[in-house]
Write a protein that binds this ligand. Sequence first.
Ligand code: UDP
Length: 259
Amino acid sequence: MNRRTPIYEGKAKQLFEGPEPGTLIQHFKDDATAFNNAKKGVINGKGVINNRISEYIMLRLQEIGIPTHFIRTLNMREQLVKAVEIVPLEVIVRNVAAGSFSTRFGVEEGAQLPYPIIEFCLKNDKLGDPIVAPEIVIAFQWAQPNELEDITSMALRINDFLSGLFLGVGIKLVDFKIEFGRFYEGNTVQIILADEISPDCCRLWDIKTGEKMDKDRFRRDLGKVEEAYREVAHRLGVLPGNEVKEEVKKIAKTRKKGK
Ligand code: UDP
């Protein structure tokens, strides 16, 4: 087996040095965490499914002119991406009140917002990813004013596009979190979409039943977590036959044996 140089290990993903300079390998794990790491678990096959879903979404976004870090899928769990300097912000876009937004403002979960709302959170686990006003982001130079402008306009465009994409497969895009990075090429720098877009970082509700099809099933112990992720992939048409199902079964079997 090839020894690879690990660059960074996050909660749901790992980054390795890529085959060419300026590239990284993004590996999707089955590990899941919630409530700032207080809850930990495994969602069997999640990494395989999120790799597919994120690939699909990044490609569709590239088609409408959103620059992303995605280069190509390497295998079931890995994709080749452009190395970027991550802007230390979690950019949250909300269409419908849910989660921390509902708790903070006492707004009923499910209430439609009059227009999409963007919130910036500082990427800092120790501080619990606090919400920051754009003024503070600029004062501390976490992003420059023009970068924040690019991030905001891309986030809104991504939201418009993905709302339609999910609506087309009977899913309401309630909210989601995205991250951006600085891509350096020669003497230019460009803000591009990085990280992933998957049910790990979106709230997705079935249009007809209102059923949750995202990580809230794990956070709130609602059961059928694997099934929900698989259903999202299935509706987007990215479940290649039984390939993923077989992989999930194989993993579950190996894990049982290991116990
Ligand atoms: N989110 C995320 N990572 C985080 C925090 C939030 O991916 O560290 C996503 C979450 O899945 C949801 C959206 O961002 O789709 C808004 O999350 P919220 O602020 O309501 O936080 P939560 O209720 O998840 O604590």
